[in-house]
Design a binder for this molecule. Sequence first.
Ligand code: 5GP
Length: 115
Amino acid sequence: MAEDTIFARIVRGEVPATIVYRDDMVTAFRDIAPVAPTHILIVPNRTIPTLNDLTADDAALIAHMVLTAQRLAQQEGIAESGYRVVINCNPQGGQSVYHLHLHLIGGRKMSWPPG
Ligand code: 5GP
């Protein structure tokens, strides 16, 4: 069930995570398998499975997710050196948890294109 993704359980406080920020719309926590010195996941508190499920009604939510990433990048000290924000969508996009999330990744030089 969509409501029972691991991220929904983290949002509900049922599974431990290193939470770095939360408010009434989003929760941000450190990735359990970081790919860089900073790797934070920003998720909506409400379960939305994929980017494809967003509608115009979610415009404020997605803006808030991006602005949260911007603020956390400042907090992590990576805003000036640079960072990446990523939303993987569905299997070919590399999505493994079907609760929308934005990756904030930084603290090392990254390559392009992604694998
Ligand atoms: P995706 O591949 O769906 O874009 O990213 C899912 C991310 O969630 C991966 O980077 C993975 O390491 C992370 N992840 C999976 N399970 C957990 C968990 O239980 N706790 C935390 N903090 N991160 C998780």
